[in-house]
Design a protein around this ligand. Structure first.
Ligand code: PRX
Length: 656
């Protein structure tokens, strides 16, 4: 979203008052912001009472920048706070998940009681396979309940999960397994997408060729496709988990016990293993879920339409909702599995009350037309949320009017893999909402927008978003690389956490996010670094050099545009350009993931470089977005960029 577009909406001064449906929240907590601001650390200590502690903590924050510990002398077991406590306190019969399959008509209902039994069995199975406290276990799964059983069973044993999105390639999987030295993998034979089975196990087999230290692979049978089997290493879930005891006595672990690692893209080619620990993360995931979504566990049916392979799935399908003991919908398929009305069928069938999704999906649904949701009774919905990328005001308004019946408040939640949980969002009963604004920091959180020199900007000005005080669910670091942790987040503005996002305060002081200010792209809410994609491209035999930029895209927010020079002779280049471009696109998809497939690849004889040899990505972004070119005087050869712009034009007209 460009600043000018935001300005246009600000001029309209459109804000929606706090929703009266949530006035109970406002009345019960009139001073929640003030109360938290008086003593944020004490406030968070209070919130930590949401967890089922074995030994309650007497401490809260210990802060030695950039290292924080929260509630460090307490002990607990994460899976007990998510599962056992609900059974123990008589809520076992409540549905934890309505699991809805990709195929219409297939579903499962899992109560908290069922969840407890399955997590205990899975924990016992993992014990049998040799998983111990502190071990890393990779989870490479489709959206099936066993993925959640596995995550909770792993942390129940004090082991650490590293969930790798099922859409990632074998190479991406093996590099993640190696980086955190995972010794175990939980996976499935395959996944269903729009009724078609796509295999997962072959990618694991391929990945493990370079991971000799993995000793056991636990495989759920989902698609019943043919699989290769390595005896002594591979175990079917139905053979080993089903026969385990339903009883597993959980051990109590210190609050700072590592809980999980989640890889995310930074500005280099190597993804970072962001790791989170137990109690601080759980406290904030649960607290934010409670306040931002104003959840009512007895009556809500919550749907976070995300994949557990990303942080949104971790914090708002698994940990936050389960600590709150809510009922959720977990959906295996794509928005159009079985037809473009699938989501609305699910919402009306299960009476969903809260829907949380990404702007990209909203824009896709919008493209399909308002007639589709209109045909359904969506009156059960009472709150809508968005996450993952800036939402353009048009999409926000469409969501409010067509899905929320012009009555549901929208919470635009800003956060990151590193922050673990939401940091900025409206609260539906307390703050107003504006189309496209994340509004303000949550209670107990301090953020600021600063200029290049680190000074806070005035209302009406833009700058960089920083977090000015530690928070419970902040990452405890990059797995195996503490120096990179400090350099990436804490060195740009001394004493402050630099998020990598541009932001603006409007004249009321409300917060608008403007997108990344570094080489991280946001494609459909998925984070990818330009360097990562360039690295994949230059790995192809025909590529000499590659420069990648994120160009704005109406549906996906940003799309990948790659400028590539070839090692081939000019003659070869002319011969087979279209086929080569397709080959390069598929190559990137197979090295990283289909989500990294460039929208466009421009084959060019040269790239624009400064006299010191640096590729001028800024100019390439201008070219990719069809803008007039900025200053080209520092280029070795200013004609190169005009030539590339010409190539883009030719491409565009031949595409038409
Ligand atoms: O640029 C911001 C964008 O997503 C980045 C974090 O990506 P990831 O770690 O994959 O986590 C996504 C899910 C939390 C941020 O640096 N982002 C996230 N939420 C918003 C957003 N940009 C604007 N508005 C948001 N609500």
């Amino acid at each position: 979203m460009t600043e000018t577009r935001i300005e246009a909406w600000l001029d309209e001064d459109r804000a929606f008052a706090p929703s009266t449906e949530f006035s109970a929240q406002a009345n019960a907590q009139p001073s929640i912001y003030e109360e938290a601001a008086k003593d944020p650390v004490a406030w968070w200590r209070q919130q930590a009472n949401r967890l089922a502690w074995d030994v309650a903590p007497t401490t809260a924050l210990e802060w030695d920048l950039p290292n924080a510990t929260w509630f460090a002398d307490g002990t607990l077991n994460a899976s007990v706070s998510c599962v056992d406590v609900h059974v123990r306190e008589g809520r076992g019969a409540r549905v934890a998940f309505h699991w809805v399959a990709d195929a219409e008509g297939e579903s499962r209902t899992i109560t908290y009681h069922d969840l407890h039994r399955e997590v205990c069995r899975t924990a016992n199975a993992l014990l049998e396979l040799g998983v111990k406290k502190g071990d890393r276990v990779a989870v490479y799964m489709p959206m099936i309940p066993e993925a959640i059983f596995a995550m909770l069973a792993i942390v129940r044993l004090g082991a650490i999960h590293s969930v790798v999105f099922g859409g990632f390639s074998a190479e991406a999987l093996s590099s993640r397994i190696l980086d955190s030295d995972c010794r175990f993998v939980v996976t499935a034979d395959g996944a269903f997408r729009r009724g078609v089975a796509s295999p997962l196990k072959p990618a694991v087999d391929e990945a493990l060729k370079s991971c000799p230290d993995v000793t056991a692979v636990l495989v759920v049978q989902r698609t019943r496709g043919e699989v290769q089997w390595t005896p002594g290493r591979d175990y079917w879930w139905h053979d080993i988990v089903q026969r385990q005891s339903d009883v597993h006595q959980p051990e109590s672990f210190p609050a700072e016990t590592p809980l999980f690692i989640m890889y995310t893209s930074g500005t280099t080619a190597k993804p970072k293993g962001i790791f989170h620990t137990t109690a601080g993360y759980l406290t904030q995931a649960a607290t934010t879920y409670h306040y931002v979504f104003d959840v009512k566990p007895e009556s809500d049916v919550c749907w976070t339409a995300a994949d557990i392979g990303w942080i949104t799935g971790h914090s708002y399908i698994v940990y936050g909702p389960l600590v709150n003991g809510v009922t959720q919908i977990m959906y295996e398929g794509l928005p159009d599995s079985g037809g473009r009305d699938r989501w609305w069928k699910i919402i009306s069938q299960y009476g969903a009350t809260i829907l949380y999704t990404a702007p990209t999906t909203i824009r896709t649904l919008m493209k399909w037309g308002h007639q589709i949701p209109e045909a359904f009774d969506l009156s059960s919905l009472r709150l809508l949320g968005t996450v993952g990328e800036p939402i353009n005001p048009e999409a926000w308004m469409w969501y409010r009017q067509n899905i929320g019946g012009d009555r549901c408040p929208i919470v635009d939640t800003w956060w990151q893999t590193e922050t673990g949980a939401i940091l900025c969002s409206p609260l539906p009963g307390i703050t107003a909402t504006k189309p496209g604004a994340a509004m303000r920091a949550l209670p107990g959180i301090s953020v600021a927008v600063v200029d290049d020199a680190g000074h806070e900007v005035e209302h009406g000005q833009g700058g960089y978003l920083v977090v000015t005080a530690p928070w419970p669910s902040m990452t405890r670091g990059i797995w195996g690389d503490p120096a990179r942790f400090f350099d990436t987040y804490w060195s740009r503005f001394p004493g402050k956490y630099f998020a990598g996002d541009g932001a603006k305060l409007d004249s009321d002081g409300d917060l608008w996010l403007l997108g990344r200010v570094d080489d991280v792209m946001n494609i459909s809410g998925h984070r990818l670094s330009t360097t990562e994609v360039e690295h994949a491209l230059v790995g192809h035999r025909a590529v000499a050099e590659a420069a990648v930029v994120g160009a704005s895209d109406e549906t996906t927010g940003q799309a990948i545009v790659a400028f590539v020079t070839l090692k081939l002779s000019a003659e070869d280049m002319n011969k087979d350009q279209a086929a080569l471009v397709e080959e390069l696109r598929s190559h990137v998809a197979s090295v990283i993931s289909p989500i990294a497939k460039p929208r466009q690849i421009i084959l060019t004889p040269d790239l624009p470089k400064t006299r010191s040899g640096k590729i001028m990505r800024r100019l390439l972004r201008d070219v990719a977005e069809n803008r007039s070119l900025g200053d080209v005087t520092t280029l070795t050869d200013p004609t190169v960029v005009n030539m590339i712009a010409g190539l883009m034009d030719t491409r565009a007209s031949s595409d038409d």
